[in-house]
Design a protein around this ligand. Sequence first.
Ligand SMILES: Nc1nc2c(ncn2[C@@H]2O[C@H](COP(=O)(O)OP(=O)(O)OP(=O)(O)O)[C@@H](O)[C@H]2O)c(=O)[nH]1
Length: 311
Amino acid sequence: MSAPDGRAAPVAAPARRDAPTYRAGFACFVGRPNAGKSTLTNAIVGQKIAITSNKPQTTRHVIRAVLHRPDGQLVLVDTPGLHRPRTLLGERLNDLVRETWSEVDVIGLCIPANEPIGRGDRFITGEIAALKATVLAVVTKTDLVDKKRLAEQLLAVSELGDFADIVPVSAVSGHQVDTLVDVMARYLPPSPQLYPDDMLTDEPEQVLIGELIREAALEGVRDELPHSIAVVVEEMLQEGAVTKIYADVYVERPSQKAIVIGAKASRLKQVGTRARQEIEALLDKRVYLDLHVRVAKDWQRDPKQLRKLGF
Ligand SMILES: Nc1nc2c(ncn2[C@@H]2O[C@H](COP(=O)(O)OP(=O)(O)OP(=O)(O)O)[C@@H](O)[C@H]2O)c(=O)[nH]1
């Protein structure tokens, strides 16, 4: 089809690459022992958390940090290392690692700049190649090598596998750490925000508080709510002498919600009182506890929900 003046008629404009799409998802670092994963995670987490706030947070230990950005949310999770399985437990652990890997959106494969690529790197590259996650190669410890060596390592890494990007960083000097976060965020899927603005990382206190609420909510009805309850502490605020805690109790079905709440909310009141007393004992402070019961349909079968709920 031609436009009246003979030029090709304009087709619908393609979606702009810089369209304001909010992205959110999970990312983790993998790599052989000593590759620099922990140091890199700390470098990222340390920087971002310092500027966000030091409000308390939520959920269990797997979440290291939630990085809030204007264009999205990057949730960094910890994974244990993959080992050559020698026992059934070893195999189970490896299964667990693979399970985590299969749930994340972005994987950063860490390879040190100052050591030759070895069997361990090839093994992990093979393991993660089949996953749905976008795999980036992260060449770590760049401060330890000169430019020539770095160039050689980047080339070697590019031949190791099919990576969406290769990013050299130094967690020690901080070089390119921000760039790495930008690149990772770019590969997250479009998604609504996964966590509230003030949630930053896991925090033992918060984890314990969530557990106390969960225990209280299960009291006496454990058989009717097997594993179907999860608690997320959404917010903790200090107001004068009182610590205000806002928490969501998630169940899978409306019938379970009814059980937790009870007739005329009588049971929820008991749960709240009991949990509040326990939390006050834990914190040694006066506590105001606000509980909301929410239905998160089939959360046990939904990896994203599971992560959000700390499993
Ligand atoms: N010079 C330099 N040293 C680094 C850098 N990142 C990590 N290291 C050092 O490398 C060693 C291993 O770093 P880790 O972060 O513990 O490595 P890891 O991959 O978490 O190791 P595992 O826990 O064994 O899997 C430590 O001695 C770090 O101090 C870096 O950017 N520059």
